[in-house]
Design a protein around this ligand. Structure first.
Ligand code: PMP
Length: 459
């Protein structure tokens, strides 16, 4: 049936009815959604604030999916998109064709990335970036005459995306077990076993560490190790100090490529331009998405070191890899403007400073509220744990759904946060837009505090 475009004309009820009928939602339980419909239907946003179709306002305390780093309603980004769409909406980068925004964005990204991470391959998002990195690592070994180096090691509790390769690398069990079969040659190691990675064989986790897995499998079968500098969806899990350096050293020892998944950390989230900059580590391949365009366009990239690209240009092999939207002119123009704003407005420094205030506020909550513990944060990426009794370490029973209840209470007070309750944890994640002000950070802490008071009464 022919229908006119009814954008902006329907009530919430009408939209919800259509949503239930025709829209299968990502990372949502289908049955619960079918029974109760969409939880929120957003309609607009400005700065760190969001509005739903009924006019309810809330603070976005997680930049939606850790991506809207410059906040909502940014006219400069909208202008950049419009200008490019009118000028040249699309052009391909296949067969050596190119376009101005992609060229200039590649140069800009190279200037910001550490070490000699100087060459970009563009994608449309994080999963595509990670899949591309896996394929580039294997391609690298193939043309280096070591085609048997195929295996990719990733960490338990990691999240690398949902395409087949990225899912196979992801350590969170729910994603791994969604379908019946994942890709071969993806191995898991226990996360953050610092001593084992440094070679301490007496570490009880040695066999499950990256080092243990490399030894068991044979280094000459391993193409790459992939790590998030800070695990995001796994529960905002920070590595112990020295961990990333130890992984870098381990990879160097065995000639294995190191991939950093900076889909969350990249472009200022941790108070430095890249997550690895906090530990002065330069991976061989660095994957980004989200913050590169602040969520205004579907854009990602794999940034590679000179020696990777050198291998490619010394061979006669064709790059049989490329997405229709690799180097999309509009997306790249938005990326370019995002990075211009990031530098011009000192956004990364704001992330660092506001992050310190946020961490202080969360520690205040820890000392003043019964159930808050394990406060951690770097820049504007932070997490807390809810425990029944932090003194004795007694967790909430999973049936209590503590983190879900608490984030619902925050939502009632106009604050959107996210929770992760893998393996009996009750993690609450914070990642507000990097443009947030000191007063707005205080507002978040106050709302969290009020929600904790309500939580203490309810639980
Ligand atoms: N890597 C990490 C660390 C992520 O957090 C995500 C998304 N949350 C991805 C990869 C996948 O990115 P995308 O959803 O853009 O494919």
């Amino acid at each position: 049936m022919q229908q006119t475009n009814r954008l902006g004309t329907l009530t919430r009820e009408e939209l919800a009815e259509i949503d239930i009928k025709h829209y299968l939602h990502p990372t949502t339980p289908p049955k619960a959604h079918y029974l109760s419909g969409p939880s929120t239907i957003f309609s607009e946003g400005k700065g760190i604030y969001l509005k739903d179709v009924e006019g309810q306002e809330r603070i976005d305390g997680v930049s939606m999916l850790w991506n809207v780093n410059l906040g909502y309603g940014n006219e400069e980004l909208a202008e950049a998109a419009k200008h490019q769409m009118v000028k040249l909406a699309y052009s391909s980068s296949f067969s050596g064709q190119s376009n101005e925004p992609a060229i200039l964005l590649a140069q800009k990204v190279a200037s910001l990335a550490p070490g000699d991470l100087n060459v970009c391959f563009f994608t449309s998002g994080g999963s595509e970036s990670n899949d591309t990195a896996f394929k580039l690592a294997r391609f690298y070994w193939k043309i280096k005459g070591k085609p048997e180096r195929t295996k990719i090691i990733s960490l338990e509790q990691s999240f690398h995306g949902v395409t087949v390769g990225a899912t196979s690398a992801t350590g969170i069990e729910g994603f791994q077990n969604f379908t019946t079969s994942n890709a071969p040659n993806f191995l898991k190691a226990i996360a953050h076993a610092l001593n084992a990675e440094r070679g301490d064989k007496s570490d009880p986790n040695y066999a499950r560490s990256i080092r243990g897995v490399i030894e068991a499998e044979g280094a000459d079968t391993i193409a790459a190790v992939i790590v998030e500098p800070i695990q995001g969806a796994g529960g905002v899990r920070f590595p112990p100090e020295g961990y990333l350096q130890a992984v870098r050293k381990l990879c160097d020892e065995h000639g294995i490529l190191m991939i950093a998944d900076e889909v969350i950390c990249g472009f200022g989230r941790t108070g430095k331009m890249f997550g690895v900059d906090n530990w002065d580590v330069v991976p061989d391949l660095l994957c980004v998405a989200k913050g590169i365009s602040s969520g205004y366009a579907h854009l990602g990239a794999v940034i590679m070191r000179e020696h990777i690209r050198e291998a490619f240009i010394l061979s006669d092999e064709m790059m049989f890899h490329g997405f229709t939207y690799s180097g999309h002119p509009m997306a790249c123009a938005v990326g370019l403007k995002t990075l211009e704003i990031l530098e011009r407005d000192n956004i990364v420094e704001n992330s660092r400073l506001r992050g310190e205030e946020l961490l202080k506020g969360l520690k205040y909550l820890e000392s003043n509220h019964k159930h808050v513990t394990q406060v951690r944060g770097l820049g504007l990426l932070a997490g807390i744990e809810l425990l029944k009794d932090p003194e004795t370490g007694v967790p909430f029973d999973p049936s209590e759904h503590a983190a879900a209840k608490y984030t619902d209470l925050c939502m009632d007070l106009g604050l959107q946060l996210r929770y992760f309750d893998w393996k009996g944890t009750n993690t609450v994640a914070l990642a507000p837009p990097l443009i947030i002000t000191k007063t707005q950070v205080e507002d978040i802490i106050n709302r969290m505090s009020d929600a904790l008071k309500a939580f203490e009464k309810q639980i």
